[in-house]
Design a protein around this ligand. Structure first.
Ligand SMILES: C[S@@+](CC[C@H](N)C(=O)[O-])C[C@H]1O[C@@H](n2cnc3c(N)ncnc32)[C@H](O)[C@@H]1O
Length: 223
């Protein structure tokens, strides 16, 4: 029985079931979906956005199943590039191996960026190695930025994803899509609030997909 309390969860499950259907053409070789991966509904939202773009440059913070699925779509479209930023060397090896096995290295690359102390964090935590990020993204106009890393579930890391917008703002193309995953958590909602205060971007909450979606304007800073 569905009560008013569990109705959002029931709706999310239905949305995810429908998203699986839509994703099925991209569900080739097995991938280890886990609770750390983006929800099917959230990933489908990103894929839809990518599909409508001519030759999108995508940056994804936090690699995984989503990286491989996005790469499969770019390969199918025959256009676009994906940079997937990963802090964990072993996980980077695993994702890279999968991309290689599926001959997707021409459309997707794993950028290995270990976490380091950074002055740009909200609560003096760690952030991806900044010189590595800047070198990887130099000269790129980013059309889609997916923020699903660094991990922000450990105690003390609730705002770990905050530096993403400051860091990538200079590289975002006008009209770029910015997606933050895991918005059911307080920390991500705090991050969204500060991003909206400090940048000229507003986010549309999609709780059924676990994400918030914003569109980067031509103007880069809130006046
Ligand atoms: C929120 S996850 C990123 C998930 C990815 N964007 C996706 O949707 O598949 C953040 C970090 O967890 C680690 N990770 C992701 N998927 C994992 C898995 N299935 N098993 C172990 N670690 C994983 C990686 O280090 C990744 O950078």
């Amino acid at each position: 029985m569905t009560t008013s309390d569990d109705a959002p969860t029931a709706r999310s499950s239905l949305d995810d079931a429908a998203a699986w259907q839509a994703l099925s053409p991209l569900l080739g070789p097995f991938l280890p979906w886990s609770s750390g991966a983006m929800r099917p509904t959230g990933l489908l939202t990103v894929l839809n956005d990518v599909w409508f773009r001519r030759s999108p440059n995508i940056v994804e913070l936090g690699s995984g199943v989503s990286t491989v699925i996005l790469a499969r779509l770019l390969h199918e479209l025959g256009a676009g590039q994906l940079l997937a930023v990963e802090h964990d060397q072993q996980w980077a090896d695993r994702v890279e191996k999968q991309l290689g096995q599926e001959r997707l290295n021409d459309v997707a690359r794993v950028v290995r960026a270990p976490l380091r102390p950074s002055v740009h964090t909200w609560d003096s935590g760690e952030w991806y190695d900044e010189p590595v990020l800047l070198t990887a993204v130099e000269g790129t106009a980013v059309d889609v930025l997916v923020v699903d890393g660094p991990p922000a579930w450990r105690p003390g890391s609730a705002h770990a994803r905050f530096p993403a917008l400051d860091m990538f703002a200079p590289f975002l193309a006008p009209g770029a899509t910015v997606v933050l995953d895991d918005v059911e958590r307080d920390g991500e909602r705090d991050v969204l609030q500060r991003w909206s205060l400090e940048h000229a971007i507003r986010f549309d909450m999609r709780p059924e997909a676990g994400i918030a979606v914003g569109t980067w304007p031509a103007r880069t800073r809130a006046s």
